[in-house]
Design a protein around this ligand. Sequence first.
Ligand SMILES: Nc1ncnc2c1ncn2[C@@H]1O[C@H](COP(=O)(O)OP(=O)(O)OP(=O)(O)O)[C@@H](O)[C@H]1O
Ligand code: SF4
Ligand SMILES: [Mg+2]
Length: 378
Amino acid sequence: MDGLRIGFADGEVVRGVSFDLRAGEVLALVGESGAGKSLTARALLGMLPRRAEVAGRVLLRGRPVTPADLGRRLAWIPQDAMSALSPVHRVEDQLAFAVRAVARVGRGDALAVARRALAGVGLAPDAAAAFPHALSGGMRQRAVIAMALVNNPDLVVADEPTTALDPERQERVLALLRERCAVAGAALLLVSHDLAAVRRHADRVAVTYAGRIVELGPAELVLGRPVAPYTRGLLASLPAAGLSADALPGDGLSADGLPTAGRGEGLPGDGPPGDELPGDRTSEGGTSGGGLPGDRTSEGGTSGGGLPWDGTSGGGLPRRPRLPVLAGAPPAPGAAGAGCAFAPRCPHAGDVCRRTEPAPRAVEGRSVACHDPFGEAA
Ligand SMILES: Nc1ncnc2c1ncn2[C@@H]1O[C@H](COP(=O)(O)OP(=O)(O)OP(=O)(O)O)[C@@H](O)[C@H]1O
Ligand code: SF4
Ligand SMILES: [Mg+2]
């Protein structure tokens, strides 16, 4: 992706996003609500709203993507598996349709391919032959993973693919998704609010803020030793998840200053992927309450004291775990001025920050868009 810009009537909301993705790699997009993650993900697939004004290029193996690539070279895994599955067809038939949409094969052969793909994600023949509503949320999301990969795409884009599941199943499904993509040699772009899961599953992480990438690099560096003030603030507000590591006392961004736990210890669902849990067929709407400490809801992208995530919403999908809310709020769409969009919230902001948008540059093994990442000038 090269120089992606997306605007609506209110102004530009994605403001020059560039990254590359290698075969078999997992790149996670993280950042607060409204940062432009979903639009960026959709732009890869050519699935943007019609009224969006778009600039920039998306090249797949050196050539521009076209609508015909969707379902062949590009695959999409949505948040809600039901939106990817037809309720009136058996799961295996839906995969067979997908196979026949891109290859000249007979129905029997397509069904055989479909069944192999479903077996590959751990769905037994009776589950493969079921209608989607007869399956649990976890099993449906496995079926969607099988569907996404059945035509051996080059790139899989997954926008919060496990949010509808409880934390333990989230972990299993994410591990499965990563494993299936690796087996297929497909790159995976993963949009997630779950930084602990990102740390476990992503090779690289792109931290987005107000429509730009502020830090991009290997997951262990970006989440273990963050450099950009925004990333540092984000991680410093997650102390008990063990992600803040070299947290930044006195950085002015952490909400509460709780003690920091050991990095990577005691995270829920750390185990390897496995079969569905007993009772998974009735798992719709998880209630585990296992969100990251410090997670808050912030629907609509406003900051302030949201409710702790309780895993249920009463309205179908469980509430998704949200990134913790930092002091202040991101700029409204189109309101980012000439300087760094994070300046009003940044303890290191200096005059240059308010005047000039920082360009990305190499800092300690990753790319960082910040004039003064170590706060030396402030
Ligand atoms: N169809 C649209 N029309 C106008 N504005 C839009 C549209 N879709 C998204 N936006 C705006 O673009 C910005 C980025 O939206 P996007 O959905 O990409 O955010 P996000 O990072 O995925 O957030 P979240 O974490 O809440 O999913 C938001 O300010 C949003 O309001
Ligand atoms: S450019 Fe300036 S305001 Fe922006 S994050 Fe860096 S130090 Fe803070
Ligand atoms: Mg989104």
